[in-house]
Write a protein that binds this ligand. Structure first.
Ligand SMILES: NC(=O)c1ccc[n+]([C@@H]2O[C@H](COP(=O)([O-])OP(=O)(O)OC[C@H]3O[C@@H](n4cnc5c(N)ncnc54)[C@H](OP(=O)(O)O)[C@@H]3O)[C@@H](O)[C@H]2O)c1
Length: 234
């Protein structure tokens, strides 16, 4: 076990270049954390590493495509190397925002959502677990979606893939909780991000929150003496 109270927090976050993930990366950076960010676009990775460092943290770019097993393995390997061993926080955030009526969905849409939202976090967890077990205060945050519990029209793709994330999160908590690894489900409502941008005109006046509000809720959950099973931010 590594004594995490004496060293910066070591945070691995997928989808940390834009929107919700970027806000969470910068929230931990402001606490002086080492933040390893995984996403596909190298220019965005360079930009977030600079922002993390400007915010007071240390950043590392781990280019990956969540749909590719080998590249997820390589990204986790790079992050753990950067941390020199233990990982304290994992945030599975990479994903998409897509609304389409069920009868307009193609099998490509379906497979992409399941791959990025569900298989990706599975691969991350499988790779990062030995390093999480080295931390004295390990915490996993899986980003689901509030709408998964009660989807509206056009939301079956998001709801099905994010309900899967919720099931995985509960299962992880059951398996890892007894060994002291905290697991929290993050359930955002609509959040004003680049991902939501194309859909903003179709929200029928629904409330839209900020990425910073989600990031603050994640930070508060990390600090809490008893980790919440889920945090809902609407
Ligand atoms: N915004 C909302 O209203 C809302 C509501 C509920 C849940 N969520 C969930 O919250 C998470 C973040 O959403 P957001 O709105 O912040 O999205 P966003 O602004 O589109 O950002 C998505 C992030 O995920 C990365 N990403 C996407 N596909 C990837 C892939 N195949 N491999 C690796 N990285 C990938 C993107 O980087 P690259 O494109 O460079 O790879 C980017 O960093 C998602 O899981 C989303 O489903 C969002």
């Amino acid at each position: 076990m590594t004594d995490s109270s004496q060293s910066p927090l070591r945070v691995f976050i997928t989808g940390g270049t834009r929107g919700i993930g970027r806000a969470i990366a910068l929230r931990f950076a402001r606490e002086g954390a080492m933040v390893a960010v995984a996403a596909r676009t190298s220019a965005d990775l360079d930009a977030i590493v600079s922002e993390i460092e400007a915010a007071g943290g240390q950043g590392e770019a781990c280019q990956t495509n969540m749909r590719d097993h080998g590249s997820v393995e390589a990204a986790v390997f790079r992050a753990v190397d950067f941390f020199e061993g233990a990982t304290d926080v994992v945030v599975n955030c990479a994903g998409l925002v897509e609304f389409k009526p069920f009868d307009e969905l193609g099998v490509d849409d379906w497979e992409r959502a399941l791959a990025v939202h569900l298989t990706g976090p599975f691969l991350v967890m499988a790779e990062v677990l030995p390093s999480l077990r080295e931390s004295e205060r390990a915490h996993v945050f899986n980003v689901g979606a509030h709408l998964a519990g009660q989807p509206g029209p056009g939301q079956s793709l998001m709801a099905a893939s994010k309900a899967g994330v919720e099931g995985m999160t509960r299962g992880l908590r059951a398996d890892l909780g007894p060994e002291g690894i905290r697991v929290t489900s993050v359930l955002p409502g609509f959040v004003d991000t680049p991902g939501l941008e194309p859909w903003k005109g179709s929200l029928d006046g629904a409330a839209v929150t900020t990425p910073d509000a989600v990031a603050e809720a994640v930070w508060n959950a990390y600090q809490a003496e008893t980790a919440p099973d889920e945090i809902s931010i609407c």
